[in-house]
Ligand binder design. Structure first.
Ligand code: URA
Length: 440
């Protein structure tokens, strides 16, 4: 077999065999197939697409390109979740402790933020001492001892995806359904979960602005998971406006803590309860008819302190300062706090999640390039949702900054992020669709 023949077959629109895909991915991961051939192949895949079968084979070749975690010897079941990325998305920080508090183990590897989209690992690093770089042995030991673990991605988890993603980034081949689906699912499958809840965002502050694209991606990822024996649920959720109120790392940890104590913004609570409900349902091998009961159980752990206790346990087990969880005033704080007031009143018609996400990056909460330093203390609070009435003179946003020059730039960006209407506006739905799949 030769790499050039495989490239030519895909260029000419043929369906590649499992052996051809494995040959290409293994050779590329080892370094035997150079970047220029992989780049040509990626472009051929981008233009010609892939069948479901090819996409599953690509996913499994990438999943097997490095460590494949197997937790079945230590846990009866392990449930994971994945968000396709958004603004103010701190759901993992709430849903994982909720699920673990209900007795279903939750072992998850998370990523860092990039561009307008935040990342769970950055948020957790707002907590003094919290270790996100667990070894595989530590990850397993903590999953067994505590039924909850939340770490950064191991360097050798689906290494083919890391190499391919870097090439896709510079060859205009990122927005391809089979390439996105296999990239996400290869990491989830290698991380060892039996059941996976996908939170696929759609709207202005997401990577899938169109609902139809998000639905197609979700269906494809559910099919991939089911075909390799995973129980799957994919929620299609709104990301036209930020989720909850807080955007920025320590601010989001504080909001997650409020939610785990039974408070916090209503939309965040509802979102977390829904996601956690599906995780519980998959963990217990229950059908959709059990979702309401599982969601109600999840909600009870927010109100009775069990989920909050699980977060404390997680933070303590990973070396974090539990005092900051008990008293969020001890989390990193910004030097300057300033309100943004728009000179009108009216019903909020839109509140652009993309502009809010970019404003948070400008304040220093996110990074434009991989490896950039971030400031955990900065960010913003969004005080209104689409459909709310904004009275004149009331702040729409509160900014938290450590550099005064950032404040003026961000203020301008945010003033144009809000659109008001004199007429009442319908609130945005939280979820648009649910796609499920079960191998049994
Ligand atoms: N997230 C991933 O992990 N991979 C993609 O290709 C796109 C989003």
């Amino acid at each position: 077999m030769h790499a050039s023949q495989i490239i030519a077959r895909k260029r000419d629109g043929h369906e590649l065999s499992a052996d051809e895909i494995a040959f290409f991915i293994d050779g590329f991961t080892r370094g035997d197939i150079p970047d220029y051939q992989a780049a040509a192949w990626l472009m051929a895949v981008f233009i010609r697409g892939m069948s479901r079968r090819e996409t599953v084979d690509l996913t499994m070749s990438m999943a097997r390109s490095g460590d494949v975690l197997d937790l079945s010897d230590i846990l009866p079941v392990s449930i994971d979740k994945h968000s396709s990325g958004g603004v103010g998305d701190k759901v993992t920080l709430v849903a994982l402790p909720v699920v673990a508090a209900c007795g279903v183990p939750a072992a998850k590897m998370s990523g860092r933020g990039l561009g307008f989209s935040g990342g769970t690992i950055d948020k957790l690093e707002s907590i003094r001492g919290f270790r996100t770089g667990l070894s595989m042995a530590e990850f397993r030991a903590q999953a067994k001892a505590h039924g909850i673990v939340l770490s950064g991605q191991s360097a050798n988890l689906a290494p083919a995806d890391g190499k391919l993603y870097a090439l896709r980034d510079v060859t205009a081949t990122v927005p391809s359904m089979p390439l996105i689906a296999s990239s996400i699912m290869s990491k989830k499958i290698a991380a060892g979960a039996d059941g996976i809840v996908l939170d696929v965002k759609t709207g202005r502050g997401s990577f899938m602005p169109e609902l139809s694209g998000a639905q197609e991606l979700a269906r494809l990822m559910v099919d991939i998971g089911v075909s390799v024996g995973r129980r799957m649920a994919a929620l299609i959720s709104d990301m036209n406006q930020p989720l909850g109120a807080a955007v920025g790392n320590a601010l989001e940890v504080e909001e997650a803590i409020a939610c785990l104590r039974g408070g916090g913004p209503r939309d965040l609570r509802e979102h977390c309860v829904t996601v956690a409900g599906h995780m519980l349902r998959l963990g217990r091998r229950l059908g959709l008819e059990a979702q309401d009961e599982c969601a109600a159980e999840a909600a009870r752990t927010l109100d009775n302190g069990a989920a909050f206790a699980k977060l404390r346990e997680l933070v303590g087990a990973q070396g974090g300062d539990v005092r900051q969880i008990d008293d969020p005033a001890l989390l990193p704080k910004a030097q300057y706090v300033d309100d943004v007031i728009v000179p009108e009143s009216g019903f909020v018609e839109s509140l652009d999640a993309l502009s809010v996400g970019l404003a948070a990056v400008e304040l220093g909460a996110g990074r434009e390039r991989k490896g950039d330093a971030i400031d955990h203390a900065v960010g913003l609070m969004v005080h209104y949702k689409v459909g709310d009435y904004l009275p004149e003179g009331e702040p729409v946003f509160t900014l938290y900054a450590n550099d005064e020059t950032h404040l003026a730039q961000v203020r301008q960006r945010l003033e144009s992020a809000v659109l008001l209407s004199p007429e009442p506006v319908k609130p945005l739905p939280m979820f648009y669709d649910l796609i499920t799949g079960d191998p049994e």
